[in-house]
Write a protein that binds this ligand. Structure first.
Ligand SMILES: NC(=O)c1ccc[n+]([C@@H]2O[C@H](COP(=O)([O-])OP(=O)(O)OC[C@H]3O[C@@H](n4cnc5c(N)ncnc54)[C@H](O)[C@@H]3O)[C@@H](O)[C@H]2O)c1
Length: 323
């Protein structure tokens, strides 16, 4: 399927979504040529990221470059002699709440780092650029399910604002230099290798140790949880999508689940009562996320298949086997 693409550069390929994408690409074609560019950012443990990619290092055409996307000089030097056909740009400072404490570094990496990659794409005339955006760009917009055509973006965290800014830089480069750029707005991704800071991972770990889970607000906030294999399928659709311009897609599950329902589902999967540590609603957290996915289904062939209860069961299997 991807044989027409010679070499794909994946930034952030040691992280949760990036390493899951690489797992899938290498499983489909062990000779797939992949360059993973990742600086093993300290947001969470380097050891987790090394474990995510250890098996990739055995593949003949896989290469790891430990470079910071903020270092344009190092990137230009690294790619001087290498032709790249496609960039999947996933590297970012992720996490909504920490962005409130450190907005500068979020803007530096998520906006300026993206600009550096777009410059690389321009100089090297790269055929396809896929950018990881986020559902958080919709922010407080009350008109759910959210559609890509809705221009009412109301971010409530520096992270969300940095993703809007980066989308706009992508749009500008598509216009000025004729690049083919697809931005994907991921909706709360979960599954094996999920980042340890994200709710589902944190909740399972605490509940398994009979500790209370932090329960913010009254449990009515809602999220459109999307299983990582479904996101990977959507990214692959975007890699093959030919557009010659800039286009945005939601990649969600089109199912919205309250915090209370999530906690009940985790209790069911673990077969135990979950203890709650009730806390006030957190700054930066939106009330609800809910994706309209018609556009991705019709243009990218995206078709999320994993029900929350099945995805949670797969996640717990992963946690248990990793122990
Ligand atoms: N996980 C989600 O639910 C979710 C939702 C919406 C959007 N996203 C976006 O998807 C992308 C991947 O998210 P993830 O959950 O896999 O996060 P992750 O933190 O697991 O992966 C990001 C990777 O980028 C790398 N990185 C960070 N800064 C870098 C830099 N300056 N130079 C090079 N590499 C750098 C990190 O080391 C990490 O391996 C991110 O852009 C994130 O904002 C994720």
């Amino acid at each position: 399927m991807f044989n027409s693409l010679k070499t794909t550069l994946i930034t952030g390929g040691a992280g949760f979504i990036g390493s899951s994408l690489i797992d899938q690409l290498l499983e489909e074609n062990p000779h797939y040529a992949i360059i993973n560019l990742d600086n093993f950012d300290t947001f969470y443990s380097k050891e987790i990221k090394q474990a995510n990619i250890r098996h990739h290092l055995n593949y003949p055409n896989y290469q790891l470059l430990t470079i910071d996307i903020n270092d344009a000089v190092a990137m230009n030097e690294a790619f001087k002699e290498i032709d790249i056909d496609c960039i999947v740009h996933l590297a970012a400072k992720a996490g909504v709440r920490p962005s409130i404490q450190d907005p500068q570094s979020y803007f530096q990496t998520n906006v300026m780092g993206t600009l550096n990659l777009l410059e690389l794409a321009k100089q090297k005339k790269i055929k396809k650029f896929v950018f990881a955006s986020s559902s958080s760009v919709y922010g407080k917009n009350p008109n759910v399910p959210w559609r890509e055509s809705d221009l009412d973006l109301e971010p409530i965290s520096p992270y969300a604002a940095s993703k809007i800014a980066a989308e706009k830089v992508c749009q500008t480069y598509a216009h000025l230099y004729g690049l083919d750029i697809t931005a994907l707005r991921f909706f709360t991704v979960y599954g094996p290798k999920q980042r340890p800071d994200l709710a589902i991972h944190k909740f399972f770990k605490l509940a398994m140790n009979n500790q209370p889970i932090p329960f913010f607000g009254d449990g009515s906030t809602r999220r459109d949880y999307t299983y990582v294999a479904d996101i990977v399928q959507g990214i692959k659709g975007a890699m093959n999508f030919k557009n010659n311009g800039f286009e945005v897609f939601n990649l969600g599950n089109h199912q919205t689940v309250s915090l209370k329902e999530l906690v009940d589902a985790i209790g069911n999967v673990l077969g135990k009562e979950i203890l709650l540590d009730k806390q006030p609603k957190q700054a930066g957290d939106v009330d609800q996320t809910y994706a309209d996915i018609d556009k991705a289904m019709s243009k990218l062939g995206y078709s999320p298949k994993t029900k929350l209860i099945d995805g949670l069961s797969l996640f717990i299997k992963y946690i248990i086997t990793k122990k």
